[in-house]
Design a protein around this ligand. Structure first.
Ligand code: ADP
Ligand code: ADP
Length: 233
């Protein structure tokens, strides 16, 4: 589903090259929950953002569903991004918009749906994440867990096949974290959704991931089934 072939990434910081990702080969199978774990600065975010081309690779090829992401033009990139959802540590909701309007946003931007279709899809998504009664509230009126569920509904609006999660539970308390992870688990199964999640918490990996890659200083230092990589608790 997602394939990195000799991908590396350097940033230029005040004229100096900083390597964020050393040459990386990676395969993430369809329908998996794939975890990336590592300390701050390990390169997790860079790797995740290369998948939806929020970052450009400095070299190598990235294939998503057999499509070379690195070769997409602007128009194809827009279409490609509709097939990927993303959620964030701090939710990134629009404060001035209602819950329903936040979820409707990607559908409006896609410009392919009538108002009636959008309304129906938003209602369905809010129902799925348990927020039907909160459609007309604003993000500030919601708890952290509710905000992340809005983020998930918004991320799924365009029916993506892949969900990218950037420290999606790091701002949540343990109980809320468990609920959000449970929801991700269900969506993975119901929609055959491929999920790539980054975290610095081992427990998150243990709870939901099928496979894990451990990153350190821009390198994947270990990779495999969670049960094999974290054999000893
Ligand atoms: P992680 O997500 O594991 O914390 P990142 O991918 O954010 O790691 O960062 C990896 C390395 O790349 C770090 O050294 C970081 O400082 C650097 N880096 C990340 N983004 C940028 C950027 N936009 N410009 C310059 N350096 C960056
Ligand atoms: P606009 O802001 O374009 O005038 P509306 O006020 O009807 O349109 O709603 C904004 C968007 O959110 C629309 O796409 C609409 O379908 C959707 N929406 C608004 N309220 C709800 C709700 N209670 N349940 C589901 N979808 C809603």
């Amino acid at each position: 589903m997602i394939q990195f072939e000799g991908v590396h990434k350097t940033y230029k910081v005040s004229g100096r090259e900083v390597t964020a990702l050393e040459t990386c080969n990676l395969h993430i199978p369809q329908g998996q929950i794939f975890g990336l774990i590592g300390h701050s600065g390990a390169g997790k975010s860079t790797l995740l953002r290369l998948i939806n081309r929020l970052e450009e690779p400095s070299g190598g090829r990235i294939l998503v569903a057999d499509e070379d992401v690195t070769a997409l033009n602007a128009k194809d990139l827009r279409r490609f991004r509709q097939g990927l959802g993303m959620i964030f540590q701090h939710f990134n909701l629009l404060a001035s918009k209602t819950v329903a309007d936040n979820v409707a946003m990607p559908l409006k931007l896609a410009g392919e749906h009538s108002t009636a279709q959008i309304r129906e899809r938003v209602a369905m998504l809010l129902d799925r994440v348990g927020l039907s009664d909160h459609a007309l509230k604003y993000p500030a009126q919601l708890s952290g867990g509710q905000k992340q569920r809005v983020g998930i509904a918004r991320a799924l609006a365009t029916e993506p096949k892949i969900l990218l999660c950037d420290e999606a539970t790091s701002a949540l308390d343990p109980q809320t974290t468990a609920q959000v992870l449970q929801l991700l688990n269900e969506l993975n199964r119901e929609l055959n959704l491929t999920i790539v999640l980054i975290t610095h918490e081992m427990d998150v990996i243990r709870r939901v991931c099928d496979q894990v890659a451990v990153m350190d200083a821009g390198l994947i230092v270990e990779q495999g089934q969670v049960a094999d990589v974290f054999l000893h608790p």
